[in-house]
Design a protein around this ligand. Structure first.
Ligand code: DPP
Ligand code: ZN
Length: 875
């Protein structure tokens, strides 16, 4: 497969300004007739052929300016339609008729059916599976779409934009016309036809525009869309207030489908969602599910301006819309919920998903420079690190200049397909700063390290911080340049309060030290005693901070830091070092250090003056994979697990009856969108595992009664998960799993969580269970959510089971990936990336994975998607 390179970008020779589609929907034989107005671009000779993209299409007719094309004038290959002789006029019409079988489309790209509902997914390159087209994001057209279908099975017919004419047709068919006035790239095209229920509402924009809001769901489930609707309205208000962005059509439609490759898709005026991110009520969804729904509804809505009104010139610029939109949804969630807790969760995700990517064989810059299959680049790096880059810009220039920069971006580039440079230029112009060094963050892969040393001169009362940056090499990028790193900081006095820092250093602006050089030295004066530094507050840059701080100082910060994020970070970092030291037989921690950590953690857990959701996060110790990656090489998963269990037990014993009492006290309101109640539930179920593993008297009974009397899914899942993983009582575990299954057997979304929970059962028993679940009648590779629910967590986060029995799990996993590759290569490739840290494990284990990867590589045919990932993982 060819490698596509950023440096080879050329503007299109022709563009398409108008598209008029007529689609007659049928499962086996959909007919699509598309008339496009083609415009020859300046400099293109009239002899230049028009080359349109296509993928698995069957061409059924071709007309130029309404005349049937002569066979000699065009040719097709599996990936294109080339029209040789064209009218000499600057603009002309091309009409193409294609025939599709949506029911056979297992790749879920283009037009397909999900539980009988016709729907589309066109990002990145799915539109070319519907018609031949200039399927690239820098070709923007106005679309009119006429849909027709059988009225009984498809009473609802939707496309982008505003609704137009609709009516009856003979033979029980009907039609609907949709018109989208905003020019858009083809990846934002969408259409839907099916029998769906709807939850409707309205919204009035700041300037008084009336908007109809509709969320379409499987019949009988409209009530489950209520929280999504509420989140949508809050998103619309927030975007007006925070970014001055108003909605721009008469309707905003969302359709939830059960088979979907991504989380959701921001098609103009017609978002299509994985139903996992729409459907919820207290009995069916956990508090975490609600939070995800809120974030993803907001994310897709925010794309209306950052992605749709201003789109990307080419797919290398994906971060331009995704990094910015993730940052926007993160800030939205922070405003709706607890900012500190949101930040903790974002950083957890960054460190567990993006840092490993940046440190391993799949490392790539936020703006990659080459790819084979663009679907492989919807990554944590493009999304999460991309968001961190926008956050750093906001930190470096301040909130007012940041807002001025985004205002300028919307004003200057509305209606355009832009590049990262355009975006940065807006902040340069608005803030009067030079971001040329900052631009390196977009080009350079790898997580920068910041090594910190401190010096205290008691005689002159001077305290100096020395910060040095270096970025380790990544595949294909050996030497790294210096990047600007904003380190938000504070100096803490001996009573724990912040001291006003006094320095003449030009690297310091307010509470941020900006590292632009290899080494930055900052001296603070006027201090009576040596301060305790709190560095990288709020995780102000996506870097790895190495500071040889004493354990005592860490605990001091955990207790007193005015930055709540850093209080969490201090505990988390302590736990990670302690577990890594234990698992490698190290001697950095004394028994006293260990006790001190256990005491500090319990104190935090039991401290009613701190918000419960924060305490829950503090109690969630680094998982086995985090410890394994931190150790970095030669890891034995069994030993990591033993260390972790031992620590869990110590903490549980220390919590003891006080932990149990606290749990009992946290008897919360079942109202799922009450944030205070959800915080209390989070704390409650983060305590339970400790109490169970350490055998605190009464914990076993409490777990069981919590499960039986559960008032919400959070209660039910919290109790079930603790019972299965920590009670050691197999009989009770099986009974509860069965009861859960009986109750939710017919609810696919809930059943996914039942698979996920069991995919995390450790050791050989977990491997056996995994094998049994692969054969379970409800397991299927056809539904992406179901495939992910079992394969993902097993391969990503359950090392003792995955690598048990000579890494048999790796072999089983490889077989599933190969089967999936024939159906849905995009999902197969994505699932495969979760094992990218396999090389941290000791040789027999990593060798077995290499073997499994070679087996996949030898498969024929093998999709480009999977091939590209396997090649990287093996390199
Ligand atoms: N739908 C995906 C997202 O919103 C890709 N654009 O991130
Ligand atoms: Zn997005």
């Amino acid at each position: 497969a060819p490698v596509i390179r950023l440096k080879n970008y050329t503007p299109p020779a022709y563009t398409i300004t108008h598209v008029d589609m007529d689609v007659s929907l049928a499962a086996e034989d959909t007919v699509v007739t598309t008339t496009m107005k083609v415009v020859r671009q300046a400099g293109t000779p009239t002899s230049a052929p028009l080359v349109l993209d296509g993928d698995e299409l069957s061409l059924d007719g071709l007309w130029i300016n309404g005349d049937k094309a002569d066979d000699a004038n065009y040719s097709t290959t599996p990936v294109e339609l080339k029209i040789h002789r064209l009218p000499e006029t600057a603009a002309f019409d091309v009409t193409i008729r294609t025939r599709l079988a949506p029911v056979k489309n297992t790749k879920l790209m283009g037009l397909y059916q999900s539980s009988g509902v016709f729907c589309t997914q066109c990002e990145a390159e799915g539109f070319r599976r519907i018609t031949y087209f200039l399927d690239r994001p820098d070709v923007l057209a106005v679309y009119k779409v006429r849909l027709e279908a059988d009225k009984a099975t498809c009473p609802i017919l939707l496309a982008n934009g505003n609704p137009g004419e609709a009516g009856e047709l003979p033979d029980g068919r009907h039609f609907a016309v949709w018109h989208d006035p905003h020019p858009k790239p083809s990846y934002l095209f969408a259409m839907v036809g099916g029998d769906l229920d709807v939850l409707s509402d309205t919204f009035t924009t700041a300037s008084g525009r009336h908007v109809d809001l509709n969320i379409y769901v499987e019949t009988g489930k409209a009530a489950q869309a209520a929280y999504a609707m509420d989140a949508l309205k809050r998103s619309m208000v927030w975007d007006e207030l925070e970014y001055g962005c108003e909605y721009d059509l008469e309707v905003f439609n969302i359709v939830a489908v059960s088979d979907f490759n991504m989380g959701a898709m921001e098609n103009k005026g017609l978002n299509v969602f994985n139903d996992k991110y729409v459907l919820a009520d207290a009995d069916l969804a956990t508090d975490a599910d609600f939070a995800n729904i809120e974030a993803i509804i907001a994310h897709e809505y925010f794309h209306n301006w950052t992605g749709n009104r201003i789109t990307c010139r080419d797919w290398f610029q994906l971060c331009l819309k995704e990094g910015l939109t993730v940052y926007r949804d993160q800030e939205f969630s922070a405003d709706q919920r607890s900012r500190a807790v949101q930040r903790i969760q974002q950083v957890r995700w960054l460190k567990s998903g993006q840092f490993p990517e940046d440190a391993g064989p799949l490392a790539h810059p936020v703006r990659p420079s080459a790819y084979k299959e663009i679907n492989n680049f919807y990554t944590a790096t493009v999304y999460q690190k991309g968001a961190e880059l926008v956050r750093m810009i906001a930190t470096l220039i301040g909130p007012e200049a940041y807002r001025a920069g985004t205002d300028l971006y919307f004003e200057r580039h509305d209606g355009e397909a832009a590049v990262v440079e355009d975006f940065l230029k807006c902040f340069e112009d608005a803030a009067g700063v030079d971001l040329s060094q900052f631009a390196r963050w977009y080009e350079q892969a790898g997580t920068p390290n910041v090594d910190v040393e401190e010096e205290w001169d008691a005689g002159s009362c001077k305290y100096t911080l020395v910060l040095r940056q270096h970025t380790p090499p990544t595949p294909g990028q050996q030497s790294k340049k210096l990047v600007p790193i904003p380190v938000r900081f504070g100096l803490m006095g001996s009573d724990g309060s912040d001291i006003e820092p006094r320095t003449r250093s030009s690297a310091v602006k307010d509470d941020v030290i900006v590292l632009t050089r290899r080494e930055t030295k900052v001296t603070f004066t006027g201090l009576k005693t040596k301060p305790t530094p709190s560095l990288l507050r709020g995780f102000s840059a996506p870097v790895k901070l190495n500071f040889a701080e004493t354990q005592a100082s860490r605990l001091f910060r955990a207790e007193h830091d005015s930055d709540l994020f850093n209080r969490w970070e201090a505990l988390d970092g302590y736990g990670l070092s302690l577990l890594s030291d234990d698992a490698t037989g190290g001697s950095s921690f004394t028994e006293k250090d260990r006790e001190a950590f256990v005491l500090a953690l319990c104190k935090t857990a039991l401290d009613d003056s701190i918000e419960p959701q924060f305490r829950a996060n503090a109690l969630s110790l680094p998982n086995e994979m985090a410890v394994a990656r931190n150790i970095g090489k030669n890891v034995d998963p069994a030993i990591v697990q033993q260390s972790r269990s031992a620590l869990l037990k110590s903490i549980g014993r220390q919590l003891g009856k006080r932990g149990l009492d606290l749990m009992t006290k946290l008897d919360t309101d079942p109202n799922a969108d009450d944030l205070a109640a959800s915080g209390e539930r989070a704390l409650k179920y983060s305590l339970l595992p400790f109490l169970l593993v350490s055998g605190v008297e009464g914990a076993h009974n409490l777990a069981q009664s919590q499960f039986v009397q559960a008032k919400t899914m959070t209660d039910r899942m919290g109790a079930l998960s603790a019972i299965v993983h920590f009670s050691g009582d197999e009989v009770m575990s099986e009974q509860c799993l069965e009861a859960f299954y009986d109750r939710y057997e017919d609810n696919d979304l809930v059943l996914n969580t039942w698979f996920t929970l069991q995919a995390m059962v450790p050791n050989a028993a977990g491997l056996e269970r995994f094998e049994r679940l692969l054969d379970h009648p409800k397991f299927s590779l056809n539904n992406p959510n179901r495939a992910r629910s079992l394969l993902g967590p097993f391969a990503a986060n359950n090392p003792t089971a995955f690598y048990a029995n000579g890494a048999k799990g790796a072999t089983l996993f490889a077989q599933q990936i190969m089967t999936l590759d024939d159906k849905n290569p995009q999902i197969a490739a994505r699932l495969l990336t979760v094992i990218s840290s396999y090389r941290v494990f000791k040789a027999p284990i990593s060798d077995a994975v290499t073997e499994a990867l070679r087996t996949i590589r030898a498969k024929e045919p093998l999709s480009i998607d999977v091939q590209e990932i396997v090649d990287s993982l093996l390199s």
